[in-house]
Design a binder for this molecule. Structure first.
Ligand code: FMN
Ligand code: SF4
Length: 389
């Protein structure tokens, strides 16, 4: 059994140590350290953080930006809220180091609209950091100028998608757009922009001050470090937990007090729903998706109802730009309603499964590409319960 007690983000932290170290290094060396650490984005897609920074660093531009994605709209996810509430200095320090590494002078936090109650607290933290010269002009007498502004979202889940987020910050309707160009080429104000998740940025001060080799001691060879999980549902101790990457779902369920769970939704609504046969699998980029949200369902939960709930969410949150997602999610929900009434033939279910594959391969953004996951996994893992009611 892995030692699940080890942690990074809930461990010791001294504000400014990582930043001071970063400012004593060349930006290229900061990027190399982050690349070498194997850190991958904690916002869902798992893109290598150092590589993303390198792309932006190499762009020739008079202005560059870094944005902290604090939109956190995935159902069952509340880990970033905990970091923003309890450790905002760490989030801002990671963002400042990212700005230094790519050559940005301005950073933003895109804060979920519903987290408006955190705004004063975050603004006060920024003020304190400016007073300590950890933000603003000539940071720690290094010659580096950098400041951070907070922008509020307006409650749309899709605005967590990096391009929709940038469009909304640019003053347009928050809708995803085609890639390429990627944000590191043409992002906020059409300038090279790095978008990183709150949790991703929180690892950065540690990696810079303690080194990539230290970070790699946590997790697995291909999924380094630790991961925060927001745990909810039928468990005795819901909350935010830090585990090493590679922890098995079973180990996690034991710690959070899940009693005889029937199903677990791993990675939020856009993740997958697994049954007991998969509980021994590891949570990491090569195993069960380590998206951050773990929703546990006990024996008495109706899995068709669970599926209906997720699909209602996607129908509501689809931006409607592309047909596979706008129409596809609606059709999947319609199919679930038919199943509920006993009016759906096995042949039509097969057609819906084909529709899922079409959506995954043709939807414009991650929302429509991943929304069929709940349908596919619940039908696969709970077939008897869902189809033969
Ligand atoms: C519909 C949708 C919603 C998303 N919501 C979030 C979010 O709330 N927070 C987040 O960090 N990433 C979110 N993402 C992923 C972002 O597009 C992007 O990959 C991420 O912010 C990059 O940061 P990272 O490399 O540190 O993971 C979302 C993606 C999609 C498709
Ligand atoms: S996949 Fe859905 S959310 Fe994404 S662009 Fe298409 S309609 Fe909008």
């Amino acid at each position: 059994m892995k030692n699940v007690k080890k942690n990074i983000l809930f461990g010791e932290y001294v504000s400014g140590v990582g930043l001071k170290e970063a400012l004593s290094m060349k930006p290229e060396d900061v990027i190399a350290e982050v690349k070498n650490s194997g850190l991958r984005g904690r916002g869902g897609a798992g893109f290598p953080t150092g590589l993303k920074w390198e792309f932006a660093f190499k762009e020739d531009s008079d202005e560059k930006y870094v944005i902290c994605n604090a939109d956190e709209g995935e159902p069952g996810t509340f880990k970033d809220r905990k970091l923003l509430s309890e450790q905002p200095e760490k989030v801002f320090e990671g963002l400042t180091i990212a700005g230094y590494a790519i050559g940005a002078k301005q950073g933003f936090v895109y804060l979920r609209g519903e987290y408006v109650y955190l705004l004063n607290h975050l603004e006060q933290t920024l003020k304190n950091l400016r007073e300590k010269n950890l933000l603003g002009k000539n940071i720690l007498s290094s010659g580096f100028d950098f400041d951070i502004e907070i922008r509020l979202g307006a409650g749309a889940y899709v605005c967590g998608e990096e391009f929709a987020l940038i469009e909304s910050m640019n003053g347009f309707r928050g809708e995803p757009r085609n890639k390429p160009p990627f944000p590191t080429q043409k992002g906020f104000r059409d300038k090279p922009t790095v978008v990183n998740n709150v949790e991703t940025l929180c690892f950065v001060p540690y990696i810079v001050s303690k080194g990539a080799e230290w970070f790699k001691r946590f997790g697995t060879d291909a999924s380094t470090g630790t991961k925060l999980f927001s745990v909810s549902g039928d468990v005795e101790y819901p909350g935010v937990y830090e585990f090493e990457m590679g922890v098995s779902l079973k180990e996690l369920l034991d710690v959070v007090g899940a009693k005889n769970p029937k199903a677990v939704q791993v990675g939020g609504a856009s993740g997958i729903c697994v049954s007991k046969k998969d509980f021994d699998k590891p949570l990491c980029f090569q195993g069960l998706p380590p998206g951050g949200s773990i929703i546990v369902f006990g024996e008495d939960r109706d899995m068709l109802n669970v599926l209906k709930n997720f699909l209602e969410f996607f129908v509501e949150e689809s931006c409607g730009q592309c047909t596979p997602c706008r129409e596809g999610n609606y059709r999947l929900l319609e199919g679930v309603n038919m199943l509920e009434k006993g009016e759906c033939s096995v042949r039509y279910v097969r057609e819906l499964l084909t529709l899922c594959e079409v959506m995954k391969s043709s939807a414009k953004c991650g929302l429509g590409q991943t929304s069929p996951n709940c349908f596919l996994s619940i039908l696969e893992n709970f077939k008897d319960e869902v189809l033969f009611r």
